[in-house]
Design a protein around this ligand. Sequence first.
Ligand code: BES
Ligand code: MN
Ligand code: MN
Length: 455
Amino acid sequence: MTIDQYLEQHRQRFEDQLCEFLAIPSVSTDPACATEVQRCATWLSEHVRAIGVPHVEVIQTAGHPIVYAEHCTAGPDAPTLLFYGHYDVQPVDPLHLWTNPPFEPTIRDGNVFARGATDDKGQVFLHIKAIEAMLAVDGSLPVNLKLLIEGEEEIGSPNLAPFVEQHRDKLACDAVVVSDTSMFAPGEPSIVYGLRGLAYLQIDIQGPNRDLHSGSYGGAVVNPINALAHIIAQLKDANGLITVPGFYDAVLDLTPQERTSLNALGYSDERLKADVTVTAVSGEPGYTTIERLGARPTLDVNGILGGFTGEGAKTVLPARAMAKISMRLVPHQTHTDIAEKVMNYITSIAPEGTTVSVQDLHGADPVLVDITSPAITTAAKALEETFGTPCRFTREGGSIPVVLLFDTVLRAPTVLMGFGLNNENAHSPDEHFSLANYHTGMHAVARYYAMMGEA
Ligand code: BES
Ligand code: MN
Ligand code: MN
């Protein structure tokens, strides 16, 4: 039997097992889910052991555990690949917008619906199933393989970063393989060579010591919500450029060649408008949509809280307000530098009569990978052969905090070969993953490992 035949024969079981994995509510940011996150790590480690990977560990950290495994019997001449992914997921709210409960995986119209389906459990699991097939058919793997699957990606990988620094020998490899990004379009595989970074802040603003009658006090006391709105408004100018001093200092400009190749991908504004049903695109003047998404920094409010939001009208001057804001970063901006600049600026424009505090919640540094490395050109070939369509090279706007460390600490190129689609509702209600891409992804990964073994 060939590996491809094995993958076809076991399609149904591979879907059932993915559903078991998806049913575990491994929400890393929610302390109430901590034992479920732990259970997910245990489930995953047992699964990896069951497919025939001899060395499997659940490594406890100060936060959620890391699942680590090794199958390194391909010999010193074969390359060593480190697969990285995450088994933690985002919170499910707003729960009422889900068609089916987020941890009761449901198959509809060729997709599996559940929190974590596309980000990142489905994409992790397709690698595990490809490994299962290789081991079942050949009894061995064509490469030396290490698996590093963490439970804290969605909260900024606070414990994985020091783990990578401390275990650089254990994690030593020729390339890192990640499936936690999107394909360019359905049927069109892509390799992502740039990820943005992130700086995520919370602003709390306190005005009077208690909520006040807005008639008795309004007009004479600072309203913290108005003040917060004013602070937020001052973070950008009328063109949408970020006004924080020094914000753009480290930004690496796109070269004319890169602009040409990115824009040649043909990502149209019409496609974006139809995808998210808006009547106009909006962003930094002088840049196209694909450039804005992958190669330019942003500042966005993620949420805002304060005052009376119940039914009807209540006249009140609230005591406090809060906002969560995040900046997406591009090379060579850094999380710590930008967080500090934005925090200082916000504090400097805080109006008199309020107390403003800003916290740095988490972040990630941006990364660009060299697409000429053999691990990447081989991946592009494997994807092209499997999907029957040339592989696109794209930059994406999301962040994967640890990828920069693979470059700087492990000195290995990261192959971002994602099988998700941007409209699969990652982080949103009704998250799903295309089962066609789930299965085709397994074939692509098995082919890739085989090609790497031959090289
Ligand atoms: N898989 C995403 C990263 C991603 C999203 C890559 C879209 C490419 C396109 C990852 O799980 C994620 O959501 N990362 C967070 C990082 C943060 C919590 C530190 C993000 O980008 O918001
Ligand atoms: Mn992810
Ligand atoms: Mn995510």
